[in-house]
Design a protein around this ligand. Structure first.
Ligand SMILES: Cc1ncc(COP(=O)(O)O)c(C=O)c1O
Length: 378
C-alpha cells in the first residue's frame, strides 16, 4: 500500500485513550444527583444488562477484573496447596490472584499464532493438586475452550479483553464456570475501574455475592457467612459502563475499520505479522498486536517501539511472560522454559487502537510503522 503522506505527527498519538463523551459525563452527573455514590440501582442494572449481553444467568459487578478473578477462584474452592493451570501471556493479575488464594500458578506455554494457551500441552501439567484451569482470551481472540472443557476441571476464564467475543457460536461469558471481564480504562467497555463475573452457576454467583460485600441490612444485626472482601462496584462507575455498553456495537464497527486499516497497511512488510484471528469465532478486536521478527524486520521490537515513540506514536506490550517477571522467577526457580511465550515476549508490540481515534490517526500509525520499517530494512 502506498504511504498516504510522509509527514510526521505534530502531537502524540495515544495508545488506547477511552472513548468518553458527553453521554458518560451526563450519566455520572445524574448518578451523583441521585445520591447513590456506592453500589445501587446502576450497578444492579449493569449486572442485568451485562447478563443479557453475554448470555449468562448471572453477572456480578465488582471493583476490578482482578477482584472478579480472585473471587471466582475462591467461589470454586481454590485454596492452599492447589494448582491452577494458566497462561504466561497475560497481565500478572491472572497469576497474582491464584497466589492470593494460596495456590500455585502452573504456566502452560502458548500457541505461536494467537498467543492463547496451547491446549495440547495442558494434560501433561495436570497433577493430583490441579484444581482449576484459567485460560486467557488474548487481544479478544477466544482461547480454544472445547479441549479445555473436555478435561473436566472448573474453568475461570480471563476474558478481560473479550467482552464481545464469541467462541464457535457461543458467547464468551456463557461457557466457563466463571468468566471474568474488566472495565479498566483501556477496555472495550471502560468505566475507569471495574470488573464483572459471568456465571451460569447459582452456587458461584451466591458465593461471590456474599464475599464481595459483607451482607448489610437488618439494622445493626448484620452477619457474615463467608470470607469477606470489599469489592462492590460503585454506581458512578456502573453508570459510565452502562453508557459504554450502549455504544458497544458502534465502537465495534470503528474497531473493525481500524483493524482493516492495519491489516491492509502492514500486510507487505517483511517480519511484521499480526496475531492470528480464528474466522470461526468473533474477535473482540481489543488489541492490534504485531510480532516483530528482528531478522526480517531489520531491528527488534524494542527498537521499533523506540522509533515509533520518536514518531509520536504510543505503543504497548501485551505481554511480557509472567513467569519471567522477577517475583515469579524468584518464587519458582524450578519453572521450566516456555519457548513460545518467551519468544512472543520479545516480539509483541500493540499499536494504537481506540474508537476515540480517527481513521487518519490510525493511518498515521501505519505510515510511521512503514517509515520505520523502511529505515531498518534499508
Ligand atoms: C488479560 C488481563 N487480565 C486481567 C486484567 C486485570 O483487570 P483489572 O485491571 O480490571 O483488574 C487485565 C488488565 O487490566 C488484563 O489485560
Amino acid at each position: 500500500m502506498p504511504t498516504r503522506r510522509s509527514t510526521r505527527r505534530l502531537h502524540q498519538l495515544g495508545f488506547q485513550p477511552p472513548a468518553i463523551g458527553e453521554d458518560e459525563i451526563a450519566a455520572v452527573t445524574e448518578t451523583l444527583r441521585s445520591g447513590w455514590l456506592t453500589t445501587g440501582p446502576k450497578a444492579a442494572l449493569l449486572e442485568e444488562r451485562m447478563a443479557a449481553y453475554v448470555e449468562a444467568k448471572h453477572v456480578l459487578a465488582v471493583t476490578s477484573g482482578t477482584a472478579a478473578m480472585h473471587l471466582a477462584l475462591l467461589a470454586l474452592g481454590v485454596g492452599a496447596g492447589d494448582e491452577v493451570i494458566t497462561s504466561p501471556i497475560t497481565w500478572p493479575a491472572t497469576a497474582n490472584v491464584i497466589e492470593h488464594c494460596g495456590a500455585r500458578p502452573i504456566f502452560c506455554d502458548v500457541r505461536a499464532g494467537d498467543l492463547n494457551i496451547d491446549t495440547a500441552l495442558i494434560p501433561e501439567l495436570v497433577t493430583e493438586r490441579t484444581k482449576a484451569i484459567m485460560p486467557v482470551d488474548i487481544a479478544g481472540q477466544p482461547c480454544d475452550l472445547d479441549p479445555i472443557l473436555a478435561l473436566g476441571f472448573p474453568i475461570v476464564e480471563d476474558s478481560a479483553h473479550a467482552l464481545e467475543s464469541v467462541y464457535r457460536g457461543r458467547k464468551i461469558g456463557s461457557i466457563a464456570d466463571a468468566t471474568c471481564f474488566s472495565l479498566y480504562v483501556t477496555k472495550n467497555v471502560a468505566a475507569g475501574e471495574g470488573g464483572l463475573v459471568a456465571t451460569n452457576r447459582d452456587d458461584v454467583a451466591e458465593a461471590i455475592r456474599n464475599m464481595r460485600l459483607t451482607r448489610r441490612g437488618g439494622g445493626s444485626h448484620y452477619d457474615q457467612v463467608t470470607q469477606g472482601f470489599k469489592a462492590n462496584l460503585a454506581d458512578v462507575l456502573a453508570a459510565i459502563a452502562l453508557v459504554q455498553l450502549d455504544k458497544i456495537d458502534d465502537h465495534a464497527v470503528t474497531r473493525e475499520r481500524q483493524f482493516g486499516l492495519y491489516d491492509e497497511g502492514l500486510a507487505d512488510l517483511a517480519g511484521i505479522t499480526p496475531l492470528t484471528r480464528d474466522p470461526r469465532d468473533t474477535h473482540a478486536l481489543h488489541l492490534y498486536v504485531i510480532r516483530v521478527d528482528a531478522e526480517l524486520a531489520g531491528a527488534d521490537r524494542d527498537a521499533y517501539q523506540h522509533a515509533l515513540s520518536e514518531e509520536l506514536i504510543s505503543t504497548s506490550i501485551h505481554f511480557l511472560p509472567v513467569h519471567t517477571l522477577t517475583w515469579f522467577r524468584e518464587r519458582y526457580p524450578d519453572q521450566p522454559p516456555l519457548p513460545e511465550a518467551e519468544k512472543a515476549g520479545d516480539e509483541v508490540l500493540s499499536l494504537p487502537l481506540s474508537p476515540a481515534h480517527s481513521d487518519d490517526d490510525i493511518l498515521d500509525a501505519v505510515d510511521a510503522v512503514r517509515r520505520v520499517h523502511e529505515r531498518f530494512t534499508a
